[in-house]
Design a protein around this ligand. Structure first.
Ligand code: HEM
Length: 392
């Protein structure tokens, strides 16, 4: 396979199903190369350099104004572009600080018991034959982030399709129909949060929404977009981590048995799952000024796509990278990004998987796959939409 076909394959269902052979071809071609008018980054080292380099910026609202003046009319797009994910300093630093001050390590650590109780409830209620994604991988993270944000339990199922419709805007290519659905979902989710914000302004509670409303450092538009970002970022990715993680354990019964025997290994397992098959496969930056990476000169205004899944399996960083090995030392996957936009929810996502995976293999020792899995046909957000299982 030449590198052009390898790159093209990432935009086709077959290539996306297993992108790793294509990543190998691309990485062997170059750590940084130009194709289709943009730069592609494949190595672990260069990915980390780009994510942390002060000359690199994220595509923000001012950029959108230039090439798509009407972008605000698509509320799915607007909910991301107005959030910290697509904001540069100084606004990014201010908004991120406010969010980090409410989304504290203490608040996250306090969720351990909630995560364990929710996991137990979901496992106990699991029918003999079921879809693992619908029965566990989706409801756990949505319940956890909604509990943090203060979204009532009864409203949680309402979000599933809407958030799936919204996240399509993160893909590099989407159809007109998908963009319309993202707009509708964006409007509905915005309406929901406008209501929640008004309620919490009137009667604050012990939740993150109340804390962010009280913070006062965000404009009304920023408050809305970032609450939506927390909701969305908070479960679609984690659903994929749980789905991918359990499938890896079911495919490797010796590892499931090891984790069952020693739940203390959970952090090492979760890091290796994140490295081996990252729930987020790509992110992008723009060069604000001329810069050099991997011996290549990048001009101001040019954009770079970082293939995070390729970086995570870079043989220069990880020996025998295609082997799943939780005993690796010094695993630092780029699955949560890096630098100023490093995932704010990484400790929460890790905690959920570290609590849930050992509980699943312990409480359901005969858990097994029961029919073909269905992969979500996306390039950026990688995971399963269905994983049939039997609890034995
Ligand atoms: C396995 C689960 C997750 C993965 C793989 C993941 C991945 C990522 C990545 C790669 C970025 C950086 C994007 C970039 O630099 O362009 C990011 C940013 C972010 N994530 Fe996550 N995430 C996960 C879970 C969560 C959770 C649970 C939350 C919150 C509850 C969350 C909230 C955020 C936020 C707010 C940002 C934006 C940070 C900023 O722009 O400063 N994520 N995430």
């Amino acid at each position: 396979m030449d590198y052009q076909s390898a790159l093209a394959s990432l935009f086709l269902p077959e290539g996306r199903n297993d992108p790793y052979p294509a990543y190998d071809v691309l990485r062997a071609h170059a750590p940084v190369f130009m194709a289709d008018g943009r730069w592609w980054v494949t190595s672990h080292t260069v990915t980390n350099q780009v994510l942390r380099h002060p000359a690199m910026r994220i595509l923000d609202a001012a950029d959108y104004d230039r090439f798509w003046p009407d972008w605000r009319q698509n509320r799915g797009v607007a909910s991301f572009v107005l959030s910290m994910l697509q904001t540069n300093p100084p606004d990014h630093s201010r908004v991120r600080r406010a969010a980090a001050a409410t989304f504290t390590a203490r608040r996250v650590a306090a969720m351990r018991d909630v995560i364990a109780a929710l996991s137990e409830e979901l496992i106990t209620a699991m029918p003999a034959r079921t879809d693992f994604i619908g029965a566990f991988a989706y409801p756990l993270p949505i319940s956890v982030i909604c509990a943090l944000l203060g979204v009532p339990a009864a409203d949680r199922p309402w979000f599933r399709q809407r958030v799936a419709d919204l996240t399509v805007v993160l893909e590099p290519i989407s159809t007109e129909r998908e963009m319309q659905l993202a707009d509708v979902a964006g409007r509905e989710v915005e309406d929901y949060f406008v209501g929640l914000i008004a309620e919490r302004r009137r009667a604050p509670q012990e939740d993150l929404t109340s804390a962010l409303v009280a913070n006062g450092d965000l404009t009304a538009e920023e408050l809305l977009a970032n609450l939506i970002l927390l909701l969305i970022a908070g479960f679609e990715t984690t659903t994929n981590l749980l789905g991918t993680g359990i499938k890896m354990l079911l495919d490797r019964p010796e590892h499931a048995a090891r984790l069952r025997a020693d739940p203390g290994l959970a952090p090492a397992y979760v890091e290796e799952i994140l490295r081996y098959d990252s729930p987020v496969q790509m992110t992008s930056r723009l060069a604000a000024e001329p810069v050099e990476f991997g011996g290549v000169r990048i001009a101001a205004g040019e954009s770079l796509n970082m293939l995070l899944g390729a970086a995570n399996r870079d043989p220069a960083r990880y020996g025998d990278p295609h082997r799943f090995d939780p005993d690796r030392e010094n695993v630092q996957p780029v699955s949560f990004g890096g630098g100023a936009h490093y995932c704010l929810g990484a400790p929460l996502a890790r905690l959920e998987a570290q609590v849930a995976l050992p509980m699943l293999v312990t409480m359901l020792p005969a858990l097994a796959q029961d029919g073909p899995e269905v992969r979500r046909d996306r390039l950026v957000l990688r995971g399963y939409s269905a994983l049939p299982v039997t609890i034995g």
